[in-house]
Design a protein around this ligand. Structure first.
Ligand code: HAM
Length: 428
């Protein structure tokens, strides 16, 4: 029987691993320079935690199972619920604001497609304890800071920003009952991913009143925040949400990233817990799903039994991002070679043990050292040293037998030196 890998999963051969590390190392670097500290949680949690507030979409994509104690568990499809649980557990001792990041491996039983898999990595940054939209601006800034660091520019990517608060206020203003909101959000969120006809049909199923439905369709056609102001009329909630968005855009301007950002009422987000500003970043070719998405979730901590504390954050997966970086040729200087510093070769079979001692000493001194299992002629070993891109070849030959000396060959220049073993190690 030929064993196959599971649909929607990936094998990371060294060349794939180099790309994964390029993405993730930069996630960590950019998080740290933006003032975030790293955390992590378990890869499975109680199933109920993901059924509570994440919404139907995530709930139907769970890899759920029962353990031997008949506990109902699920592999994490996202880390935000874990974050809320962890913060609640220590809320009285954690200094605020809490600015944390994580790079969890997640699983969602989605239908695999371009940029969407069943197992992926997702960078998360979250700020807890700040209700001003400066925190949302900072989350957006940090996401853009990362993308710029990879080499992407405002010609390549766009941050589309909206507000759940604004959409909720408008839907309420149109007379759509609160109990239908979540369903309507789900449909609005999928608008750009389906033909207009299908969208209108789904809307018809959720909102039976054609007058109200038309208002929602008109709302979704609004293109700018200015246009929105006249649309919202005197509705207090809607106007407050518009003011908040204006303040956010002002912060983004001050932070120097306004050319990346634009208002887009079509951004609703698929997860149920968002309460305020929401955003998604897209590749401008418009062919791919979102590179990342996030927003404000001011009720999640309280919904998980904690205090009501403001929170905002975002998640960026490695799949769409990887496709964009590949297409733009931005995987730079990725060495698939081992990066070996010292390759130790022996001129005669009888010196193999001496060369092993040298290797062990080099490794204990913290140097990357390797050797040939096959041995063979010195020429063959030197070829192997070149194949692994070793910087230096240390040759244990007749100089060693006679005077305890090593031949040190610089593999780039080809230059050779002879040096006593102890001098070699003391100069490392
Ligand atoms: P999300 O929109 O479900 O949000 O996922 C965020 C990002 O994760 C997506 O934009 C995409 O890059 C990536 N992603 C999601 N599902 C998949 C998949 N099946 N395959 C590959 N990549 C995927 C959240 O998860 C929120 N918890 C983010 C957040 C953090 N909001 C606030 N804080």
């Amino acid at each position: 029987m030929e064993i196959q890998s599971v649909k929607g999963t990936r094998d990371f051969y060294p060349e794939d691993m180099a790309k994964r590390n390029f993405i993730a190392d930069l996630w960590k670097q950019v998080s740290l320079r933006n003032g975030f500290s790293e955390y992590d949680g378990p890869i499975f949690e109680y199933l109920a935690m993901y059924q509570l507030k994440s919404g139907d979409e995530i709930a139907t994509q769970l890899f759920a199972f029962e353990d031997r104690g008949e506990r109902k568990l699920a592999i994490r499809p996202e880390i935000t619920p874990t974050l809320a649980r962890m913060v609640n557990q220590r809320i009285n001792t954690l200094p605020r604001p809490i600015k944390w990041f994580s790079v969890p491996r997640l699983c969602r039983a989605e239908r695999p497609q371009k940029g969407r898999l069943r197992e992926f990595f997702q960078w998360n940054i979250d700020i807890i304890g700040v209700d001003d939209c400066l925190a949302d601006a900072e989350v957006i800034f940090c996401s853009v800071d990362y993308l710029m660091q990879t080499g992407l520019t405002s010609d390549d990517v766009v941050v589309r920003i909206s507000s759940r608060r604004l959409i909720a206020a408008m839907l309420e203003y149109f007379g759509i009952e609160e109990k239908h909101l979540e369903k309507v959000y789900g449909i609005l969120d999928k608008k750009s991913k389906m033909p207009q006809e299908t969208f209108e049909k789904m809307l018809e199923e959720a909102i039976s009143d054609s007058n109200k439905r038309q208002k929602v369709l008109n709302l979704m056609a609004v293109e700018s925040l200015v246009e929105f102001e006249s649309f919202a009329g005197a509705d207090k909630n809607a106007n407050e949400a518009i003011e908040e968005l204006k303040k956010l855009f002002n912060y983004l301007n001050i932070m120097g990233i306004s050319e990346f950002c634009r208002f887009d009422i079509g951004i609703v987000r698929g997860l149920a817990y968002y309460t305020g500003i929401v955003f998604e970043i897209y590749d401008k070719s418009e062919q791919l799903r979102a590179i990342c998405g996030g927003g404000r979730y001011d009720n999640l901590l309280a919904d998980f039994g904690g205090q009501k504390i403001s929170a905002t954050g975002m998640g960026m997966g490695d799949c769409v991002l990887g496709i964009v970086l590949e297409e733009k040729g931005l995987f730079k200087n990725l060495s698939q070679k081992s990066g070996i510093e010292y390759f130790v070769a022996f001129a005669e079979e009888s010196l193999q043990n001496e060369s092993l001692k040298i290797i062990a000493r080099l490794r204990r001194a913290g140097r990357k050292a390797d050797f040939s299992y096959k041995g063979g002629s010195l020429g063959k070993q030197l070829k192997q040293a070149s194949a692994v891109n070793a910087a230096i070849c240390v040759i244990v030959g007749e100089e060693f037998t006679q005077k305890k000396q090593l031949v040190i060959k610089d593999m780039n220049s080809g230059k050779q030196d002879i040096i006593a073993v102890e001098d070699f190690f003391s100069r490392l």
